[in-house]
Ligand binder design. Structure first.
Ligand SMILES: Cc1ncc(C[n+]2csc(CCOP(=O)(O)OP(=O)(O)O)c2C)c(N)n1
Ligand SMILES: [Mg+2]
Length: 285
């Protein structure tokens, strides 16, 4: 694994996120910037065929993005890992584009397995996929999902958490983007989650926690550790502490960047903090 390359890739993906959201004059940069290391680590570790994407994904690891609003980091990652042309990123949020604000299966974009954006549904879908992998006797594939911490306010999540623990869904690794922020304020201001670790444990999940979810090697390590915990009779969750807006000083840890685009001046300032490397910005069309 080429860590310096992957670090450069994180910087490039952050540049993509900011340029996409600025160009569309809408979108969600905060959570996207905070989850960049998770996406790069995940797509580096998962087993899949980017060039021959199928919805079913037999004998492949599958990923479901439940907090669909962070589509910029998802689209950039998919493009940069070869699912579709990088230049298509310039169509983000445009009319008739396959890259709508929230991912949709309807648009047939390679890499997208569920429509998401209506929060709370991705864990239920992941459990269904995990069960179908078991029925199909796939013995070494894993289902992954990502959820926002604010998303955990949705009741459907807890129904799914109960089900996965009780039914021992053990080919499944959920990750919580634990950034402490959501659309209208901090998670504590809106609806506190309390002791999340204890809550998952009481629902019979194995809980792993990483205090620096923006450190690439640590995220790779925690994902590897989580993988070792699969097929042991319990579902696995990673509480990943990240920072909303990571990489841009004026966006860090501030919920106002949950869903606000940087204007041209802000974009310039932000890109100055994320120097280009060997990788190229996608062309604006
Ligand atoms: C079912 C549903 N209810 C409400 C919303 C509106 N909404 C969009 S994002 C968001 C907050 C999500 O917070 P979090 O998951 O922590 O995401 P972050 O701000 O950290 O990116 C809300 C309430 C929604 N998309 N879906
Ligand atoms: Mg959040």
């Amino acid at each position: 694994m080429n860590i310096p390359y992957l670090r450069n890739l994180c910087t490039q993906i952050r540049r993509d996120i900011l340029r996409m959201v600025n160009n569309a004059k809408s979108g969600h940069p905060g959570g996207s910037l905070g989850c960049t290391e998770y996406f790069v680590a995940l797509y580096q570790l998962m087993k899949y065929n980017a060039k021959k994407f199928t919805l079913k994904g037999s004998e492949e690891d599958l990923f479901f993005l439940s907090n669909g609003h962070i589509s910029p980091v998802y689209y950039s990652t998919l493009a940069r890992f070869g699912f579709f042309p990088i230049k298509e990123l310039s169509s983000f949020r445009k009319i008739n584009s396959r890259l709508q604000g929230h991912p949709s299966v309807y648009n047939n974009l390679p890499g997208i397995r569920i429509s998401s954006g209506s929060l709370g549904q991705g864990m239920s879908v992941s459990i269904g996929a995990a069960l179908s992998k078991k029925l199909n006797k796939e013995i070494d594939t894993i289902i992954y999902s990502l959820h926002g911490d604010g998303e955990l306010n949705e009741g459907q999540i807890w129904e799914a958490v109960l089900y996965a623990g009780s039914k021992k869904i053990d080919n499944y690794i959920a990750t919580i983007d634990y950034n402490g922020q959501q659309i209208d304020g901090t998670t504590d201001e809106v609806l506190p989650l309390g002791n999340l670790k204890k809550k998952f444990q009481s629902f019979e999940w194995k809980v792993l926690e990483e205090s620096n979810g923006n450190n690439l090697t640590k995220v790779i390590e925690i994902l590897k550790e989580a993988k070792k915990e699969t097929r042991q009779g319990y579902p696995v969750v990673i509480i990943l502490h990240t920072k909303m807006g990571y990489g841009v000083d004026f966006m860090i840890d501030n919920h106002i960047w949950h869903g606000k685009y940087p204007n041209d001046q802000e974009l310039k300032e932000a890109l100055n903090q994320l120097p280009k490397s060997l990788l190229e910005d996608y062309p604006l069309s």
